[in-house]
Design a binder for this molecule. Structure first.
Ligand code: MGD
Ligand code: MGD
Ligand code: SF4
Ligand code: MO
Length: 761
């Protein structure tokens, strides 16, 4: 990056106190409301929050946690939902005057926090080759410019179409249609950096890349495993579901290197007991595992469960299910007959008794839901780890029965919907066939670039045009310096955005910023009040309609922008009615109904209140895998080690951020205030490496390419984390994650496993 943000100032303000032992409660609600009123004013706050997550209201655009099907509370949202709404609803704007006063070079010196905080983008802006500033440009000229660039490429594969998971189903459907009609499957998305490992593992083992539970199942479970996930911070309303299950006697097994506040105790702001009382103690057992110990842990648990079953046949396994509905059991059982206990203890850092206790909890439970997120998916062997606990779910018959199942907890509010709509660089043949039949053109069949391949393609001059439907690719992607340089080499970058971010600064030679409506804003494209649709983490699909006045008169909806780009790039070439799509999104929903598997009669179902996407393993215990059965798999145990004097860094989130959007600099759950450049480290490591708690260090990452990657000026904070495992916030640590450090099979950057050393300043 051209210059470094004001690190000294941040360090001077940083305060560190005690971590909290519980999440949410009145304080969370009070903070979020104060914050909302400050940003939006009282009237807008009331209007926006009253309809948030209500039937016929606005779907929360923060995380993908589902809403209850029937009765909803008056305040059916959490602190994060309120923050996301007020962040979007701010009255501050950045328009032509701001860009005239702030050169791109000066913006490069600001933090991500500062950039987004400036307000909502209101005008289409362009930076021409060699320009020092963004200047206003008309919409018509913007579309023409994109059309010219796309028409001028030697091959359609020189264009890359990125999507962040906030885009609506309608926008996503139109976008993938545009990319494929143009001739490429270069459709990377934030999923590539997020739950891709989940998709790969689940498609192989159960035939569907999505979770197999509903909210009801969570409520009915008698054991909920929460691994590699921090719900208090990232999916706060999941705590309500855990509380409901606990009230009915469920147990919770948490697996995490950190004792995260929300896993320990929860005060539910929506019931009086939670507000006044001590709240619900959540996790019955916390396994403070070493980073990347999960594969070893699940193999050990598998081994123990197999032994219990052998000693008392029928006590643990669902024999009938295994027999009738699965393949590969014998091989799996054989592979775990003997295990290397020392390797397992080294990998997990746990005591054998702890593993035995966890296995007992599994063995004695009848309805188990397994939840997981980034602590599992962002490792080199993520796919193997997920396959391993799927083995156990198959062994115990925990798929497709009430109160049990697999629950990957998604991040972005519509990331799952975007995939359903065809945002995928590796589209299934069936999807492409149906697209062809509906629109009368032959879509490209060869796979496109995922996120990491896209960076390589720009770095190597093989890609030239980058279009982003939302998101902040440069800051979210690994290897920030490499990614930024690659993007600067693009001929054209187009960012369809609501707020200013790093990707507008580290942009192509010609760079466009196209301001778009947020989800809370009224969309009157084509003179109609339009609705959009989304799919949550549990496959429920429904409509969302914004009600606020848009922050500027020039803003356009994502669908409108994409249809205009398509028109400019493809014109009359194909018989696709882009204009009609933009005028009435119902026309898009009709096409979704005919193209997207599982979405038959989409438009009508949406008009009747929504529906849940079919999921054969969940619905009928049938498995659309190659074998037509649930598939047990065997994965070799690999214990990842770290050279002497080095540490494993995991990069994670605070509750005061949404990915690269930093709402504020506090993380009260971890006791950090007014700053984010901290490294959580164990006392044992401080002692062994000879550093003091509170000392300022630089982080240096080491990778096989021999390049040195640095992130400077972090304060060491003594914390309850396993020895050898340190943690710091993302995106600040993304410069440390090597581009080529990716999960096997899924290609996800290994954001939870980066080998670093600390350097004294
Ligand atoms: N407030 C807020 N909410 C969000 C987001 C946000 O940025 N802020 N982002 C959204 C998005 S896109 C996503 S994907 C989700 C992310 O939701 P999470 O996956 O909960 O997010 P992370 O902060 O990355 O936390 C990962 C957790 O895994 C643990 N962990 C790390 N390594 C390991 C390991 O090797 N094994 C195990 N068992 N655990 C490990 C960490 O200690 C941490 O508790 O949240 C969504 N919601
Ligand atoms: N080191 C490290 N890196 C990670 C992760 C990690 O845990 N560690 N997590 C990864 C994960 S799980 C994810 S999902 C990715 C996230 O990657 P992205 O999805 O690319 O990033 P976001 O920060 O969510 O994008 C924020 C931007 O989206 C734009 N935006 C907000 N709302 C809207 C809208 O309604 N429409 C449009 N068009 N734009 C909008 C705003 O301009 C805002 O600046 O990051 C990944 N990167
Ligand atoms: S849990 Fe997620 S979807 Fe629900 S209100 Fe909170 S941030 Fe929004
Ligand atoms: Mo994510």
């Amino acid at each position: 990056m051209s210059s470094s943000p004001p690190l000294d100032e941040e360090e001077a303000n940083l305060r560190v106190g005690q971590p909290a032992d519980h999440a949410a409660g009145v304080k969370a609600v009070r903070l979020s409301l104060t914050n909302a009123v400050q940003k939006m004013g009282v009237r807008k706050t009331v209007r926006n929050l009253r309809t948030l997550n209500q039937h016929n209201g606005v779907d929360c655009m923060s995380c993908a946690w589902p809403d209850p099907a029937g009765h909803r509370h008056a305040a059916e949202f959490c602190e994060n939902g309120a923050k996301a709404v007020s962040w979007e609803g701010t009255r501050d704007t950045v328009g032509p005057v701001f860009f005239a006063e702030n050169s791109i070079e000066s913006l490069a010196g600001q933090t991500d926090y500062w950039l987004e905080k400036q307000g909502r983008l209101t005008h289409p802006m362009v930076r021409r080759p060699g320009g020092t500033h963004y200047e206003p440009i008309s919409w018509a000229e913007s579309f023409a410019l994109i059309g010219e660039h796309l028409s001028g490429l030697a091959s359609p594969h020189e264009a890359v179409f990125y999507t962040s998971g906030r885009a609506s189903n309608e926008a996503a459907f139109v976008y993938q249609l545009l990319a494929r009609a143009y001739g490429t499957n270069n459709l990377p998305d934030c999923s590539n950096m997020c739950h891709e490992s989940t998709g790969v593992a689940l498609i192989r083992t159960i035939g569907v890349g999505k979770g197999s539970v509903t909210l009801e199942d969570l409520h009915k479970a008698d054991l909920i495993v929460v691994s590699g996930q921090n719900p208090g911070t990232n999916h706060p309303r999941m705590l309500t579901a855990l509380e409901v299950a606990k009230r009915d006697g469920a147990k919770i097994l948490a697996i995490n290197p950190l004792p995260e506040a929300g896993l320990l105790r929860f005060q539910n702001p929506q019931n009086a007991r939670g507000v006044v009382g001590k709240g619900t103690g959540l996790a019955d057992k916390l396994l403070q595992i070493r980073s990347n110990g999960d594969l070893a842990l699940w193999q050990a648990i598998g081994h123990l469960l197999l032994k219990k079953e052998e000693a008392d046949p029928g006590s643990v396994a669902d024999r009938e299910f295994i027999e009738a509905q699965t393949v590969g059991f014998e091989d799996w059982a054989e592979s775990l007959a003997e295990i290397d206990r020392d390797a397992i203890l080294a990998a997990t850092g746990l005591a054998w008794e702890q593993i035995e206790e966890a296995a007992d909890m599994m063995a004695t439970s009848k309805r188990i839901v397994h939840c997981w997120a980034m602590g599992i998916t962002q490792h080199r062997n993520s796919v193997a780890t997920i396959k391993e606990f799927v083995n156990i779910a198959l062994f115990q018959g925990m798929i497709g029965k009430p109160g049990a199942g697999l629950c990957p907890v998604r991040g972005h509010s519509n990331v799952q919907g975007d995939r359903s709509m065809g945002i995928w660089e590796k589209p299934p043949a069936l999807f492409l066939d149906r697209l062809r039949d509906e629109f009368g053109f032959e879509p490209p069949r060869e796979h496109g670039h995922d996120a990491a391949d896209a960076v390589r393609a720009f770095r190597d001059g093989k890609a030239k045009v980058f279009i982003a439907l939302g998101g902040n690719f440069v800051a979210a992607m690994s290897d920030t310096e490499v990614t930024a340089k690659a993007m600067r080499g693009a001929e054209l970058t187009v960012q369809i955005s609501t707020k200013l971010n790093r990707s507008h600064i580290e942009a192509g030679r010609t760079a466009l910023i196209l301001p778009t409506l947020g989800r809370t804003e009224k969309d009157e494209t084509g003179g109609r009040t339009q609705r959009i649709t989304v799919e949550d983490s549990m496959s429920a699909v429904h409509a969302s309609r914004g009600r606020s006045e848009p922050i500027g008169t020039l803003l356009r909806s994502e669908v409108d922008i994409l249809c205009n780009i398509a028109d400019a790039a493809l014109g009359e070439e194909l018989d696709i009615p882009w204009g009609e799509f933009a005028e009435d999104y119902e026309r898009i929903r009709e096409r979704i109904g005919r193209v997207v598997p599982g979405c038959d009669d989409y438009a009508n179902k949406i008009n009747n209140g929504g529906f849940t996407m079919p999921h054969p393993p969940r619905d009928s215990r049938t498995f659309p895998t190659q074998e037509g059965k649930g598939v047990f798999t065997v994965s070799p145990l690999e214990v990842m080690t770290v050279p002497e004097g080095r540490l494993v860094l995991q990069s994670l989130r605070s509750h005061d951020q949404f990915n690269t959007t930093i709402y504020g600099l506090d993380d009260r759950y971890r006791g950090v205030y007014s700053g984010r450049r901290v490294v959580f480290i164990s006392k044992a490591d401080l002692d062994e490496l000879g550093f003091d708690n509170g000392e300022i260090v630089d982080l240096v990452s080491e990778w096989e390419d021999g390049l040195t990657r640095r992130a400077d000026q972090f304060r060491l904070v003594e914390y309850d984390t396993p020895k050898g495992c340190v943690a710091a916030y993302y995106p600040e640590t993304n410069p440390l994650v090597p581009l080529d450090s990716q999960a096997e099979e899924s290609g996800t950057p290994t954001s939870k496993w980066v080998v670093v050393r600390l350097e004294r300043r």
